[in-house]
Design a protein around this ligand. Sequence first.
Ligand SMILES: Nc1ncnc2c1ncn2[C@@H]1O[C@H](COP(=O)(O)OP(=O)(O)O)[C@@H](O)[C@H]1O
Ligand SMILES: [Mg+2]
Length: 284
Amino acid sequence: MKDVTVGVDGSPMSLAAVQWAADDAAHRGSWLRVVHVIDRSPYELTQSPELDAQLADAACRIMTEAEKTARERRPGLGMRLQSVEGRPADVLRRLADESAGLVLGSRGMGRTAGSILGSVSMQLAGHACGPVVIVRDRPRNRVGEVVIGLDETAECQRPISYAFEQASLHGSEVRALHAWTLPTHSYAPEITYDIESVRAGQRAVAAGQLAKHRKKYPTLPVFDDLRSAHPVEALVDASREADLVVVGSHGRGRAGSMVMGSVSRRVLRHARCPIAVVRPCAKH
Ligand SMILES: Nc1ncnc2c1ncn2[C@@H]1O[C@H](COP(=O)(O)OP(=O)(O)O)[C@@H](O)[C@H]1O
Ligand SMILES: [Mg+2]
């Protein structure tokens, strides 16, 4: 069984990520792998034994604190602790590929003014092969709901699998949220829509996307939530009352495989609960 991996850098948000990851590993019955990447790149020009010792001390302190946080949260959980040298985003991306999930804080020790996501989490969400979960707060009381954001693309299938798996592991319900807006033809206002047939069409899209997952988890409660709203607004709104929101990394407006879709990016910025970004991946 694959480990749940969490990246720690000594920041409070990475400890919140440890708590989320410890819960997830406990529910899966898998190990928790706690990783701190020692990044020497800022110090490449100033190598010295003192600096080496300071970096090693810091890594040790960060790991001890992370281990304590995980033990308090889930005593008895199997844990692997790893300090690895390298570039944090590169090392964590490799580990994400072989994990049941990579869990990160939304921010870290760096303080890039004005941005809500840190550079490591931004480089990984939507760019690693496995699911990447971005956590911004200490776990709050469980609501018992996992939200999956649907669109009509095949890219949704892996995120849906992850959402159903999460709901099943945590004994939660799935809210399958499919937000849609009517195209506006300002140049041709005479075009009108039969709103009921549009709605029926959207319902059929959602049913089609979910069919095989419903079959796999026949007893899991799944609610369709079709909304005439912008997907970002709808998903951020749903995140207020959910334990997890799961999104894909691309949607309809796919700009190129290395660019995360605008919906996922904006949901990551504004959501009120942990967000899992699940990229379609040829290897899986
Ligand atoms: N050196 C590192 N080793 C392991 N995990 C890290 C490291 N740096 C960052 N992370 C993870 O990524 C999260 C976001 O940090 P980051 O993107 O670096 O934000 P910032 O730009 O604010 O430092 C952290 O909460 C932590 O989970
Ligand atoms: Mg950082």
